[in-house]
Design a protein around this ligand. Structure first.
Ligand code: 5CA
Length: 434
């Protein structure tokens, strides 16, 4: 992609209304644009990142055996009356009336809808266990939308729902999702701490939140320092034993911690940090299958209500969380897996025919080799180009300048470490395509 033809509204000024660094950088780097309170347009560069996050989330859901479908954003009030949540949900629900005066709503979550869909199709034990998921926009009319996409009103969520014959089955489905979450966050370059959570309005008995540690997080956490010791590799290859080790360790939100009579962690082992909740899983049993009349026949001919769980990931919130966890004075530092492009190619002198010819050639070769790159071919000062590349945070920068070309070299810069290396265009190409 040539920057001269792209749509990338980068700004130097720090937007006044943004309080936290991820929100500032998302605006400055031209990733998003606010269109109404808590509602954002995803600009081309931001959309590429969102799609990358979504892809990793999807791959790990699929790997865990969950099956993707897509439910609509608009739901009928009647569906929510079946579970009794229509009145209970309160002002966070955006209620809509259609032309026939039918009450509708913009879905804040999908327990009711998935239960109804499953209820009308599942008849016997052969139809279970199943975990279904979708990645869809939600709307919650938050009292205080803030921090950009971190607490939006419209936001993208992955929500999965499991159906099992009994409690033991539900425990296994819950564990499979737990593993998927550990892998997902590790692949996104994040350290996410699982915290035992109170279940709140979704109801039920077993629940964990996954928090990315960041000073700007909305939740105050208390946890055993040993939770920080799990390596990326351990999390990527997590199994039920990893979960047992992780969940054995103390981790609580402040309100819950305050209720604990005696904290089991010695004070020098106890960490107090703030966290951003990027995922939340619930095992709630038969709450919705009972209220919505979902039942199936067991092998023995008995009629039972399936045990259910629901599993959410804040896909759009993750973008803010990743930036909170990975940035420097220059701007964003994208982890490789989610970066909008792998490489930024900088032509230092668009007014110099030799420099432009060499840059154009590299651009064509890299495109040909399938490297995703953004080519700064604009007629601008070098300093401005560096600043742009730094703020948008692509993992690699390849800098082509007249002085280097005289020596037969270009410069490869690693965004995360700032390390620079001079090498021939051919070796640069080999390095970037290997
Ligand atoms: N039905 C369940 C799980 S599928 C559920 O809705 N859980 S939730 O309320 O915890 O939301 C799941 C995830 O969505 C949260 O962990 C959080 O990462 C994200 N999320 C929730 N509210 C917002 C919001 N206003 N803005 C951005 N992300 C949000």
């Amino acid at each position: 992609m040539r920057l001269s033809r792209y749509f990338l509204p980068v700004t130097k000024e720090t937007p006044a209304d943004a309080q936290i660094v991820s929100h500032k950088l998302m605006l400055r780097a031209g990733l998003i644009r606010q269109t109404a309170a808590g509602i954002y347009a995803w600009l081309p560069l931001g959309l590429r990142v969102l799609n990358n996050i979504e892809r990793i989330v999807r791959e790990e859901q699929d790997k865990a055996g969950a099956i993707e479908l897509l439910m609509p954003t608009i739901q009928s009030a009647d569906l929510w009356r079946q579970s009794g949540r229509y009145d209970a949900y309160g002002p966070e629900m955006l209620r809509i009336v259609d032309r026939h005066e039918r009450e509708m709503l913009f879905g804040p979550t999908n327990e009711e809808m998935i239960t109804a869909i499953f209820r009308d199709a599942a008849k016997s034990y052969r139809d279970l266990p199943r975990t279904l998921y979708h990645i869809q926009w939600k709307f919650r009319d938050e009292v205080r939308p803030r921090f950009g996409v971190m607490r939006g009103r419209e936001f993208l969520m992955k929500d999965a729902y499991s159906f099992d014959l009994d409690e033991e089955g539900l425990r296994q489905s819950y564990e499979a999702m737990f593993v998927a979450y550990l892998r997902t966050f590790a692949r996104l370059g994040l350290k996410a701490v699982p915290v035992r959570a109170p279940t709140g309005p979704i109801g039920g008995n077993l629940s964990h939140e996954f928090h990315v540690l960041a000073e700007t997080g909305e939740s105050q956490l208390f946890y055993d320092a040993a939770l920080e010791d799990f390596s990326r590799q351990e999390l990527l290859s997590a199994d039920k034993f990893t979960i047992a080790r992780l969940t054995d360790l103390y981790a609580m939100e402040a309100e819950e911690h305050d209720k604990v009579a005696r904290c089991p962690v010695p004070s020098d082992q106890l960490r107090t940090r703030r966290g951003i909740e990027v995922g939340h899983i619930f095992a709630f049993g038969t709450k919705y299958s009972e209220s919505m009349g979902l039942s199936v026949q067991t092998k023995e001919g008995e009629t039972v209500h399936p045990h259910m769980g629901s599993y959410g990931i804040g896909v759009s919130r993750l973008m803010g969380a990743i930036i909170e966890a990975s940035h420097d004075e220059g701007g964003i530092v994208w982890p490789e897996g989610v970066a909008p492009f792998k490489l930024g190619l900088i032509n230092m002198r668009a007014d110099d025919p030799a420099c432009t010819a060499a840059s154009d050639r590299l651009y064509a070769q890299l495109e040909e080799a399938g490297v995703e790159l953004l080519y700064d071919d604009r007629d601008e000062r070098g300093g401005a180009k560096f600043a742009t590349m730094d703020v948008i945070g692509l993992p690699w920068q390849l800098i082509v300048g007249p002085k280097g070309l005289e020596k037969g070299v270009v410069e490869l810069k690693h965004r995360a470490t700032g390390e620079r290396q001079e090498l021939s265009p051919e070796s640069a190409l080999a390095r970037l395509t290997s």
